[in-house]
Design a binder for this molecule. Structure first.
Ligand code: KIV
Length: 299
């Protein structure tokens, strides 16, 4: 069981910001925590207005925003760029900056340096990293630097190749027990919450019961303390394959595609722009302009 409390945010939170300890209280009350990814200011504004508690600037940005095949190629500079846009717009939700692959694996010093950049340059309130084992020391080092850390176990996309692809984890007794122990170890190392991705629901339920800090599930069943979905998956904006745990709440890609096609057709037919989309010039000024033009042309 846990020996360390959830780690506080590094500085005084901005006015109106959800206090980090509120997440523990939500878990204790049995109130579900809502987390969503966002990668730009308009999305962050909408998520804030919808009342979500947590916004993750996920390294899924590599795939859904930057067109890569996996999350691996995105850089810390790119993640900081996106995180800045989100933190400019998100008032109440805590913004979690996802640490991309290669920015924390080498040493505790590297991990703390990357987390500090996320917070100082990106404006993130807290950070997230994937894995347990050797990563526990990274969690401890970041938490000891007064930066809140969210853990992420189960299917960890940064190590998908090692895991044998994008597939569910913890499906044997041994693997489930390992996952359970990893979750407790992450809590003990100082994580304020742990994401469980693609984990059998009964296993995630046991982990959630055992942890004092909240679990946030994605493909981990309804008994996690909160849920997260990727913005593009939830809205039907991502063209690639989506996992079975995704629920689409809209088909925004269809709406956008139809709108762009209608715009293109209007431009080609001359139906756009109409009179009401243009600016007027007083008659006398237009006459003077035409006169001046005629003079210029006759020179
Ligand atoms: O990067 C991301 O979007 C994530 C979520 C899927 C939890 O890590």
């Amino acid at each position: 069981m846990s020996t360390r409390p959830g780690t506080p945010a590094p500085a005084t939170p901005a006015p109106g910001k959800l206090p980090l300890p509120e997440l523990l209280e939500m878990k204790a009350r049995g109130d579900k925590i809502v987390m969503i990814t966002a990668y730009d200011a308009p999305a962050a504004r909408l998520a804030d207005a919808a009342g979500v508690e947590l916004i993750l600037v996920g390294d899924t940005a590599a795939m859904v925003m930057l067109g890569h095949e996996s999350t691996v190629p995105v850089t810390l500079d790119e993640m900081i760029f996106l995180t800045k846009a989100v933190t400019r717009a998100a008032r109440r939700p805590l913004v979690i900056g996802d640490m991309p692959f290669g920015t924390y694996e080498i040493s505790d010093e590297q991990a703390v340096g990357s987390a500090i950049r996320m917070v100082k340059e990106g404006g993130a309130d807290v950070v997230k990293l994937e894995g347990a084992g050797r990563m526990l020391s990274r969690v401890r080092a970041i938490a000891d630097s007064n930066i809140g850390v969210m853990g992420h176990i189960g299917l960890t996309p940064q190590s998908a190749t090692k895991l044998g692809g994008f597939k569910a984890q913890g499906r044997s007794a041994d693997a489930a027990l390992k996952l359970y122990e990893d979750a407790l170890a992450l809590q003990d190392a100082g994580c304020f919450a742990v994401v469980l991705e693609a984990v059998p629901a009964p296993v995630a339920a046991r982990v959630s019961e055992a942890l004092r800090v909240p679990t946030i599930g994605i493909g981990a069943g309804a008994r996690c303390d909160g849920q997260v979905l990727v913005w593009h998956d939830l809205l039907g904006l991502y063209a690639g394959r989506t996992p079975r745990f995704v629920k689409r709440y809209a088909e925004v890609a269809t709406v956008i595609g139809d709108a762009v096609a209608a715009y293109a057709a209007d431009v080609r037919s001359g139906a756009f722009p109409e009179e009401r989309h243009t600016y007027s010039i007083p008659e006398d000024e237009l006459a003077l302009f035409e006169q001046a033009l005629a003079e210029v042309r006759s020179i």
